[in-house]
Design a protein around this ligand. Structure first.
Ligand SMILES: *Cc1c(COP(=O)(O)O)cnc(C)c1O
Length: 340
């Protein structure tokens, strides 16, 4: 199977930019959900921790278990506590779920400031705090999530405003129960949309991995993609003029053409919609249909760079870099690149 290579230099470069923008490493929480957006959670966790990052965000408890040694706190976004560890914080996504957590669990309350996906509405804030206390839980944070900070609209501003307006109220309630709450609102786009960080931390995912895309009219930091995907050659042949390659013979050679198959297919995360239309960063054409376990390119090199920027592959498919990264096969070999 193909190989995922990670650039440590790019990761550190991105962390430097983020830390500088938010005013210090202490304000960074790295988002490592879904295998660190396909990069490999343990590799990224270890490198981020060595850099000095203290906080991480994941989706599931078992993801937290795998990276626990590296961080001081790990926020679990999408699971009710099963076996809480003192380092774990659990996002409360709904008022009704509060009663399901074991006594003593540390939770962070998610507020709905306008995305209307998960979280408790601001007018249920007091009720939520009462319920958390009554259930014997400890509230250690209040958070929200932005719906469109990368877009040229005022939505970001209004969510920011709503969140800031709720802070004094949160502090009053927290005091009542003797809790200290950290505040965080921004994802990657929100982090760079703002001039400075006015919260206790930011939750950065896609910026960390160097694939943040802001609206072209908005300032965009010079981040570098961390991940590249490489295929190993299976077989080479010469297609004679007029011969067709792969399922349904989608590609017809206009002249004698050297082609090879490489060991990555849609089962490994190469979206099939890129069939017969994608070109690699080196200008190598993907010919015909992508198969389950291989794809044909106009090349005969032993190792072929498929992409070094997930957003470029995503464009050929009509999706976003996030999806391409998150759908990369968990079974692919992941390693640090030897050269920058
Ligand atoms: C995934 C996620 C993030 C990270 O978003 P990016 O756009 O990748 O920075 C932050 N917060 C929450 C709640 C998330 O689910």
């Amino acid at each position: 199977m193909g190989t995922i290579k990670l650039s440590r230099e790019a990761l550190i470069h991105n962390l430097d930019i983020i830390a500088h923008h938010v005013g210090g490493k202490d304000k960074i929480a790295v988002v490592l959900k879904d295998n660190a957006y396909g990069h490999g959670a343990v590799l990224i966790a270890q490198a981020a921790a060595e850099y000095g990052v203290k906080h991480a965000v994941v989706r599931l408890e078992k993801e937290a278990d795998a990276i626990r040694e590296f961080f001081e706190t790990i926020l679990i976004l999408g699971q009710i506590a099963h076996t809480p560890h003192p380092k774990y914080h659990y996002a409360i996504n709904a008022l009704e779920s509060i009663a399901a957590y074991p006594k003593g669990t540390k939770v962070e309350l998610k507020l709905d400031t306008g995305m209307h996906r998960n979280g408790v509405s601001p007018d249920q804030l007091e009720k939520a705090f009462e319920t958390i206390a009554a259930c014997g839980l400890e509230c250690v944070g209040v958070m929200s999530h932005l719906k469109s900070a990368e877009a040229l609209s005022s939505e970001w501003f209004w969510q920011r405003h709503t969140f800031d307006t709720l802070k004094p109220k949160v502090q009053r309630y927290a005091q009542r129960y003797g809790w200290t709450c950290r505040f965080h609102l921004s994802n990657s786009a929100g982090t760079f949309r703002a001039r400075t960080c006015v919260d206790d931390m930011v939750r950065v995912g896609i910026a960390l991995y160097g694939c943040l895309e802001m609206d072209v009219t908005l300032p965009s930091p010079p981040l570098r993609p961390v991940l590249s995907l490489w295929g190993d050659k299976i077989a080479t042949r010469v297609l004679k003029k007029g011969e067709r390659v792969g399922y349904n013979g989608l590609y017809e050679a206009p002249c004698d053409t050297v082609v090879s198959t490489y060991d990555l297919g849609y089962a490994n995360g190469l979206d099939r919609l890129a069939s017969n239309r994608y070109h690699t960063p080196d200008g190598v054409a993907l010919l015909g249909r992508i198969s389950m376990d291989c794809a044909t390119f106009e090349s005969d090199s032993e190792e072929l760079l498929i992409f070094d920027n997930a957003n470029a592959y995503a464009k050929a498919v009509g999706t976003i870099g996030y999806e391409i990264l998150a759908c990369l096969d968990k079974g692919l070999q992941r390693e640090w690149r030897k050269t920058p």
